[in-house]
Design a protein around this ligand. Structure first.
Ligand code: ZN
Length: 148
């Protein structure tokens, strides 16, 4: 399996004026870098982190697919997505930030169970909150019963 994370360099640097987005994108890149470092542990063939800028075309590094939308009658390429390509050749694309961070953090979690020592990534408060929301969604009914 291969994965490719596509992020906006300007958001990563905090130059696009959205602090929450900057935090979450830095979390995503930190997770992807950790996964890249330990990719053999979870049988990944490659991890690509593609940082796109406004002044270049934004061609993918390895997995040739980019989500797009129409803005002001023009095609705009998505600058945040995660693509995975499995052994069967199918590619899955995630564009929702919560989904992207959940998938990446899930991989880090899997690695942390398989290697000695602490390899976890310190997520920003925004990123951590996003993941705990996702957890809650998956176990919705149980969680609400427990809290009653
Ligand atoms: Zn941006």
């Amino acid at each position: 399996m291969q994965i490719e994370l596509r992020v906006c360099q300007h958001c990563l640097d905090g130059d696009h004026g959205n602090d929450r987005r900057t935090e979450v994108i830095n979390d995503m890149v930190a997770c992807a870098e950790r996964i890249k470092e330990y990719k053999e542990v979870i049988d990944l063939d490659a991890v690509h982190i593609r940082k796109v800028r406004e002044d270049e075309p934004g061609k993918p590094a390895s997995l040739p697919v980019v989500a797009a939308s129409i803005q002001d009658n023009q095609v705009a390429l998505n600058d945040l997505q995660l693509v995975t390509k499995g052994q069967d050749g199918n590619m899955l694309m995630y564009v929702d930030p919560q989904d992207i961070l959940t998938v990446l953090a899930g991989n880090v979690d899997e690695i942390s169970k398989a290697v000695p020592g602490d390899i976890t990534v310190d997520l920003s408060p925004t990123g951590a909150e996003m993941i705990s929301d996702a957890d809650l969604g998956a176990r919705g009914p149980q969680t609400s019963q427990e809290s009653q």
